[in-house]
Ligand binder design. Structure first.
Ligand code: AMP
Length: 601
C-alpha cells in the first residue's frame, strides 16, 4: 500500500490532499494510516514535527468520522496555541470537501466566550491546548464524553511544559473505549508513565529510531573560543546570504541581548521570548512567517508551535541542556522535503557533549571551520551578482530614463560601471571584514593554513612558498606588532615570551609571528585582535622583579604592504570586534573582586 488511495481514503479527502500537493504518503503516514484505519488499538508514534505527523493522525480519523452524528468525536491536545491553530488549519484543509464537518481550536490568550460560542454551534473535532481545554471542561462548556479518538500531539513537549496534571484531569473526562494516539519525538520517563496509565496495549511505530533526528538536516558545529561566540554567530549568518533561520538561546536575557546586538549591527531580526505579551509574540511570529524578518532569536519555549517549513538554518547559540530539546530545535529545519542546517557554536567544553548527543540522535555532527573574511566577502559578492542577474527589469519605467543614464555613464567603461554598481552594495562587507581575525581555534587554524598551503601550491603550479615567505605572507595578512619592555640584558628570550603568553592568555593561543629580542626591549608579532587580552595578561606578569609592559607598536619597517593599507585593516578589525570589545569592557569592570597577582619569571 504505497498510495493514499490504496490505503482506502475517501474520495473527498483524496481530492483535498491532492489539492495540497500530497502525492505519496510520508514514512510516518505509511505506518500510521493503516493502523488507525484498520484497528482500534492505541498507538504510540515516534515522529518529529515536519514528518507529516498531522496528516498521519488526522486523515484516518477524518475518514472514519460521521459528521452527521452529534457531539465531539475527537479531541487533539497540543502543547501550544500556535501548533494547535496549525493543526486545526490542516484539519480544515483536509476536510474542505466534507460539507457538514467542523473543527474548532481552543487555546489560552484569546477570548474564551468566543470559543464557547463556537463550541455551542457544534463541532466534530476540537483541537486544544491543555490549560484552556481543562478550563472549558470545568465550566461545563466542553463535553468529551462521546469522543472516539484522543490525540496527544508532541506529548513529550506537553509534559516538559508542565501539563502532566492538566492531562490527567482532561483524560479523566474521556470515555474508556476511545482510541488514544500519542505522537512524540522522544520517550522521556514521564511519558512511559503516562502511556502506561492511559493506554491499553499500545502498538508502537516509528519513522526512524526514537529520538532520530530528521535526515534532511545536516548537523554542523563551529569550534569557538567562548568570547568569540557572537562574532562567530555573525560569520555563520554572513556566509549564508539567503539565510532564513532561528537562533536559539537558553535564556530570555540572552535572547534579548543577541537580538539587540544583531539589530544594532544591521541584521533583519527580532526576539521571541516569554517576556513578550501574546500580542507581541504574534506580531513577531507573523513578521517572521511573512519573511519580513530573516532571523528570529528565540527561547525554546517561545518558539514552540511556530510552524515554518522553509527554514534554511537553525543555529544553536548555545546547546540546550536536554538532548530532546536539541532534536526539537533541529527538527525545525529540513522539513517537508527541504534540506536544512542545524549549526551549533561550541567551546571545547561543550564539544564533549557531542559524542553523547550523536548517539542519542543517531546522526554525526560535522565540524566546520568558522569562515574567514575573505570567504564571506566572496560568498556575499557572488550572491549580490546573482541577485542583480535575477532582478526583473521594470522596462516601461526605466526605458524613459535610459538616454539620461547612458549620458551620465558615457565616460566610463562597462568594467568601471559594473565595479561601481557592485561596490555600492558590497563595500560595507569589504570594509567590515578587511582585517577580520581568524576565529578558529589554533589547531583548526593550522588545518586551514595547511589547506591554504596546498591550494597555494596548486595555484603556483606546484611551486612551494618558503617558510619565510609563508610567515611573511601570514604577517602581512593578520599580525599586529608589539613592544615589550624586556630585552637580552634581562635574560629575555623567544622561549620565555611564548611561555608567558601561553600561560596568561586564558586558554586562547593566538599565532605568534616574528620575535626580535633587542638589548633593552623586544618586539614580537601576534595575530591581530588580541591586544586587550594581551595587555590584561601582561598585568599578571613579572620578569626578574620588573613589571612587564606591552604596547602596540608600528609595523616592522621592512614588512610588506603599505602603511595606509595596514591602517585601513586595523580600522576594519576594530569594527569586526565591536561585540568582543563591548564584552571585554564588561569583563574588565566586573573583575574588581581581587586583582590577580603577577606571576614571576
Ligand atoms: P507536519 O509534520 O504535520 O507539521 O507536516 C509538515 C509539512 O509537510 C506540512 O507542511 C504538511 O502540509 C506537509 N506534508 C504532510 N504530508 C505530506 C505529504 N504526504 N506530501 C507532501 N507534503 C506533506
Amino acid at each position: 500500500m504505497s498510495t493514499f488511495k490504496e490505503m482506502g481514503l475517501k474520495s473527498e479527502i483524496l481530492s483535498a490532499i491532492t489539492d495540497l500537493g500530497y502525492e505519496t504518503p510520508t514514512p510516518i503516514q505509511k505506518l500510521a494510516l493503516p493502523k488507525v484505519l484498520e484497528s482500534k488499538q492505541d498507538l504510540i508514534a515516534f515522529a518529529q514535527t515536519g514528518t507529516g505527523k498531522t496528516a498521519a493522525f488526522s486523515l484516518p480519523i477524518l475518514n472514519q468520522i460521521d459528521p452527521n452524528e452529534k457531539g465531539i468525536k475527537c479531541i487533539v491536545l497540543s502543547p501550544t496555541r500556535e501548533l494547535g491553530l496549525q493543526i486545526a488549519e490542516d484539519i480544515k484543509s483536509y476536510s474542505k470537501n466534507m460539507p457538514s464537518f467542523k473543527a474548532v481550536a481552543v487555546y489560552g490568550g484569546a477570548d474564551i466566550n468566543q470559543q464557547i460560542k463556537k463550541l455551542e454551534r457544534g463541532c466534530d473535532v476540537v483541537v486544544g491546548t491543555p490549560g484552556r481545554t481543562l478550563d472549558l471542561i470545568k465550566r461545563n462548556r466542553l463535553n468529551l464524553e462521546g469522543v472516539q479518538y484522543l490525540v496527544l500531539d508532541e506529548a513529550d513537549e506537553m509534559l516538559s511544559m508542565g501539563f502532566a496534571e492538566d492531562l490527567d484531569a482532561i483524560l479523566a473526562n474521556t470515555p474508556q473505549d476511545k482510541q488514544t494516539l500519542l505522537f512524540s519525538a522522544t520517550m522521556p520517563p514521564d511519558m512511559v508513565k503516562l502511556s502506561k496509565k492511559y493506554m491499553t496495549d499500545p502498538a508502537e511505530i516509528s519513522a526512524g529510531s526514537k529520538q532520530q533526528a530528521n535526515t534532511n538536516v545536516t548537523h554542523q558545529y563551529y569550534k569557538i573560543n567562548s568570547r568569540d561566540r557572537y562574532p562567530s554567530l555573525k560569520r555563520a549568518v554572513d556566509i549564508a546570504p539567503d539565510i532564513y533561520g532561528i537562533i536559539f538561546c537558553r535564556t530570555r536575557a540572552e535572547t534579548k541581548e543577541v537580538a539587540e546586538r544583531l539589530a544594532e549591527d544591521g541584521y533583519n531580526t527580532d526576539a521571541l521570548h516569554g517576556d513578550l505579551s501574546q500580542a507581541q509574540r504574534d506580531y513577531v511570529m507573523n513578521r517572521f512567517r511573512n519573511r519580513q524578518l530573516q532571523l528570529l532569536v528565540a527561547t525554546d519555549v517561545a518558539a514552540r508551535g511556530l510552524d515554518v517549513n522553509e527554514l534554511t538554518h537553525v543555529i544553536n547559540f548555545k546547546l540546550p541542556d536536554e538532548d530532546a530539546v536539541y532534536v526539537h530545535r533541529s527538527g525545525r529545519t529540513g522539513r517537508a522535503a527541504n534540506v536544512g542546517i542545524s549549526l551549533s557554536l561550541l567551546t571545547s567544553k561543550e564539544e564533549s557533549r557531542l559524542r553523547y548527543l550523536e548517539k542519542k540522535i543517531g546522526r554525526k555532527f560535522e565540524k566546520v571551520l568558522i569562515p574567514n573574511g575573505q570567504e564571506i566577502c566572496e560568498k556575499q559578492l557572488f550572491s549580490l551578482i546573482d541577485n542583480i542577474k535575477e532582478t526583473e527589469i521594470a522596462n516601461s519605467h526605466i526605458d524613459g530614463f535610459l538616454p539620461q543614464i547612458f549620458d551620465m555613464f558615457k565616460d566610463m567603461s562597462k568594467e568601471e560601471v559594473l565595479k561601481k554598481i557592485v561596490s555600492t552594495e558590497f563595500n560595507r562587507f569589504l570594509d567590515y571584514y578587511r582585517d577580520a581575525p581568524d576565529l578558529n581555534k589554533t589547531s583548526d587554524k593550522r588545518e586551514r593554513e595547511r589547506n591554504k598551503d596546498k591550494n597555494n601550491r596548486r595555484d603556483d603550479g606546484g611551486e612551494r612558498r618558503s617558510k619565510r615567505e609563508r610567515r611573511e605572507h601570514k604577517t602581512a595578512a593578520h599580525m599586529t606588532r608589539y613592544f615589550i619592555n624586556q630585552g637580552k640584558k634581562d635574560g629575555f628570550s623567544p622561549k620565555l615570551l611564548m611561555g608567558m603568553i601561553n600561560s596568561h592568555m586564558g586558554g586562547i593561543s593566538p599565532e605568534i609571528g616574528q620575535i626580535e629580542i633587542m638589548k633593552m626591549f623586544s618586539f614580537f608579532e601576534m595575530e591581530s585582535g588580541h591586544t586587550s587580552d594581551l595587555q590584561r595578561a601582561a598585568k599578571q606578569m613579572e620578569f626578574n622583579g620588573r613589571e612587564v609592559a606591552i604596547e602596540e607598536s608600528s609595523p616592522r619597517p621592512d614588512s610588506s604592504g603599505d602603511q595606509k593599507e595596514k591602517r585601513n585593516r586595523r580600522r576594519g578589525k576594530d569594527n569586526d570586534q565591536r561585540g568582543g570589545n563591548r564584552r571585554g569592557r564588561r569583563r574588565e569592570s566586573s573583575g574588581s573582586h581581587g586583582a590577580k597577582r603577577r606571576r614571576r619569571y
